[in-house]
Design a protein around this ligand. Sequence first.
Ligand code: ADP
Ligand code: MG
Length: 703
Amino acid sequence: MENLAKLDIKFLHGVGPKRAEILAQELGIRSYYDLLYYFPFRYIDRSKIHKINELRQLGENGEMPYLQLKGQFAAFAVNGEGVRRRLNALFYDGTGSIDVVWFNKVKIIQESLRTGTEYIIFGKPTIYNSRYSITHPEIDPYKPEMENQGLKGVYTITDKMRNRSFSTRTIQQLIQNLLNTLKGNRIDDPLPTDIIAKYRFLPLNEALTNIHTPASVQMLQRAQFRLKYDELFFLQLDLLRHSKFRSIKNGGHRFTRVGKYFNDFYNHVLPFPLTGAQKKVIKEIRADMGSGRQMNRLLQGDVGSGKTLVALMTMLLAIDNGFQACIMAPTEILARQHYETISRLASQVGVKVALLTGSTSKKNRDIILPGLLNGDIGITVGTHALIEDTVEFARLGMVVIDEQHRFGVAQRAKLWGKNTIPPHILVMTATPIPRTLAMTVYGDLDVSIIDELPPGRKPVQTILRYDNHRHEVYRFIGSQLKAGRQIYIVYPLIQENEKLDLRNLEEGYEIIKETFPDYRVCFVHGKMKPSEKEYQMQLFVTGKAQIMVATTVIEVGVNVPNATVMLIENAERFGLSQLHQLRGRVGRGADSSYCILMSNVKISGPTRHRLEVMTQTSDGFVIAEEDMRLRGPGDMEGTQQSGIAFNLHIADIAKDGQIIQAARNDAMRIIDDDPLLTSPQNARLARQLQFLFKRKQDWSRIS
Ligand code: ADP
Ligand code: MG
């Protein structure tokens, strides 16, 4: 592999300097290795040559496939002018005829094709003017060996490549050249032989050959299985090795004591019994922080599951052991809310709590900063302002990061500098993540899950309503307002469509003001200045405004128990996890709460199904699984940040859960035996990891 990665693609037969440049620029293919691992994104069946009179029936059996026909051209004609210029031809095979159309390169194509010659054409017939026609088919003069060509890979190419006469065919040809070059040369297989035997894997070179030019459907499946496993196995091996390495190299503060602060809080202040799930995760966290290694733990729990309390008790443990703790929130508002909750509770056991955000006045900063430096302040609540270089702690031992996905990795990295031994880190997220995704994206973090809500929570009633029922929906909102409740109304604001969305939002705001003239309506969206946003939010939080019209900026964390209705406009445009987050804004008080998903009447089956999932379950994990199944892992919260889902070439986190689990188990067994992969029998694995991940930053250290 390393050798193939050193071979410049320009030396491959059929490439040369010009094509090499395009390949590098457009697809990042620079070496033989890069091309070998540029896998098809789908396959087409060229095992059969169809007859034209079979088309009608094929079309009736479902979507018309790409297929090949054998026949001759007749009657070429150039029609139209300018951009409409096109070449039409008739193609016939003795059972019927179809139209063939070209919009580009009219002249070249016309000159290259003859009547009276037999061709194989390949494409997807569509119906136009009640006749079948194929646009821009692939065309080859017929040769007998073309019968039964089997499956062919289709490769992604860019428009720029297409304009420069690069087609999927070109890639196929280059790959064929590459495979021919490699034939006979053994490709070193980095997988341990016992693993290859366990799964009866194809040898690597056969897998690679079959992924590009499958000998059969069955061989393709075996090739895919092997290569997916490879990808996931080395990823897991890397993640686990880093996490092991970290725990060996970086000692952690050993929190052994459960002391006065924790106990006083537990016995005298805690306003309710902990849920079983809260107890369980606190136990996991305690064990971790007492182990002598640095904790890097992800705490997952649905909205309202009581993560803040867990965070607070964890921070009290730090203080019991003579350290300071801090908790970081992604926004000013959330920081302030945390501050209110935490200072109210912690002050009762005599812990000093400070709030430090971007808008903390100089006067206050001048009081707080020395307090941090001399260790007076036990818990600091804040935003990004906390990680500024000017903020120094006496003995920072524990950091909680709330709503992790808004925090970049680089920002987290800064935390490490705050003490010579890095503090324990607890990352909290209210976005449930499907298990396979967590294993991959957070594969090097330990995970604790709060899978139980505090008792007595009334589920939020969720209903789907179409635009034609808007009147009733408004009437219902009116009755809630009259009862003294508050209302959220959320509009989508999605990048591609920003202008239009903004107009919808503004119109919506005007309509709401007109419809409910007796109430104050505040208005928040992400494009506002932060100070204005804060001001508007605060109107709602303090109850001065009864209705908030907003975009998803309110998604994270705002706590207004008096709000009982979440109305989501164009709900079909949101992801399920996002809808779930939004719904979590209500149902926080004693009153019954409602989430109303408004949607266009004309939404299609799958979209309707998606929204119906919301009306049927309030389990965030179920919703997350469903969301990933429907949208794919690339759009899921968390994956964007890590980039992992995008770096997978062939494995699919949504579909390959079993392979992920198997690969992780196998990797774990190896790492448990030989954490740093130093034993001779693992030398190959170590080398392969180094080869695969040499460009990757050591990001896992800083999670
Ligand atoms: P989240 O996990 O969304 O951050 P919070 O920590 O904000 O949830 O908790 C939501 C609400 O539930 C808070 O009002 C909190 O006081 C309450 N709560 C937390 N734990 C319990 C419990 N064990 N029993 C009853 N109420 C609880
Ligand atoms: Mg929270």
